[in-house]
Design a protein around this ligand. Structure first.
Ligand code: NAI
Ligand code: 13P
Length: 328
């Protein structure tokens, strides 16, 4: 919708002919955006060639679990030089790879050819032209600027960032904390608990992000704090809603079936469990959530485990080489 508002013709690829017909004929997408009339500049097709042929830019927003297979289907029609932007927040769980790595592997291009679009941007508000701020990150400034110029308008402000890795990590990891915030609410805890989860959650996702090579400042930006706040508090957030239902005692499968949309934080919790072990970095909230989601631990017992941890200093000293890396 943002691209259409900016005067671009947009071709959406969808697997379902029925959904394509609905978008083309009714200009609606009732299952995902009920009550919204889409621009007539938005067309849909189930034919990948038709969707991407002669495109100036390809925007990939498949769920992380489908990213590799979608890019494999895209590859025969990809022409070098076409701007590739993705907005997916998650990892490939089997390999723990970030989305730009998966895309670049499949397209056979350097990771520097990929741009990520992230930040606090629930579709339900963007499509209503409610003010939204986002960030595009790429190792290549020129590509980030191209992506910014495609999307930027008076309702949708786009900042640039060179920290592709940090923006991808922040966007993925914040979903775990949003699940935790929802669970806290579902358990009937108050605003103190939610503020604690958001703040200590930010500490742990920054800690692992920096260890993986991210700029620490990225986590205080739109892809970090910004998206964490919106996902941990918004009624639109699938991660928050899933956490809320789990906190109320509903079984995971029932929660996912009722949602009918992707809840990235579940798979990302699984990935974070492996990543925190690989890097030997503590992620206490993600760890407890992992136990609740995948080992059947009771959520109240998980909260007790978090509250009963050994005393800690609040601030951790950032590794000196990390600061040097980002300040030279
Ligand atoms: N919805 C939002 O406001 C935002 C979503 N995102 C991210 O965008 C990504 C996608 O999320 P949504 O579009 O919201 O999810 P969704 O659940 O609303 O839609 C996912 C779409 O992907 C399709 N799909 C599922 N499996 C597929 C496969 N194997 N091959 C091809 N298509 C497949 C589904 O049919 C559906 O059309 C996620 O990583 C999410 O974190 C990022 C920013 C905002
Ligand atoms: O990342 C998002 C908003 O910026 C979407 O979050 P949910 O997947 O929790 O709805």
């Amino acid at each position: 919708s943002v691209l259409a508002d900016n005067g671009h013709d947009v071709y959406m690829w969808t697997r379902s002919n029925e959904q394509a017909a609905e978008i083309n004929q009714q200009h609606t997408n009732a299952r995902y955006l009920p009550g919204i009339i889409l621009s007539e500049r938005i067309m849909a097709t189930s034919d990948m060639k038709e969707a991407v042929d002669d495109s100036q830019a390809i925007i990939i927003v498949a769920p992380s679990s489908a990213m590799r297979s979608v890019v494999q289907q895209l590859k025969p029609f990809y022409k070098k030089g076409t701007l590739i932007v993705h907005a997916t927040k998650g990892f490939e769980t089997a390999t723990l790879k970030r989305m730009s790595v998966v895309i670049s592997e499949e397209l056979g291009c350097p990771e520097g050819d990929i741009v990520v679009l992230s930040g606090p941007s629930h579709a339900e508000e963007v499509v209503q032209k409610k003010p939204t701020t986002t960030v595009v990150a790429s190792l290549n400034d020129e590509l980030a600027n191209r992506a910014r110029d495609l999307f930027m308008n008076v309702n949708f402000r786009v900042y640039t960032n060179r920290d592709l890795l940090g923006v991808e990590l922040a966007g993925a990891f914040k979903n775990i904390i949003a699940l935790g915030a929802g669970m806290s609410d579902g358990l009937g805890f108050g605003d103190n608990a939610k503020a604690a989860i958001i703040t200590r959650g930010l500490a742990e996702i920054s800690r692992i992000g920096v260890e993986m090579g991210a700029n620490p400042l990225t986590f205080s930006g739109l892809a970090g704090v910004g998206d964490l706040v919106v996902t941990a508090t918004s009624k639109h957030s699938r991660n928050w809603r899933a956490g809320y239902a789990l906190g109320q005692g509903k079984p995971l499968q029932e929660v996912l079936d009722a949602m009918g949309m992707v809840v990235e934080g579940i798979r990302t919790t699984e990935a974070a469990h492996a990543i925190s072990q690989k890097y030997n970095v503590q992620m206490p909230i993600a760890d407890q959530l992992y136990k609740v989601l995948f080992t059947g631990k009771d959520s109240r017992t998980a909260v007790e485990a978090l509250m009963g941890r050994d005393p800690k200093t609040e601030m951790e000293v950032m590794k000196l080489e990390t600061w040097e890396q980002w300040h030279t």
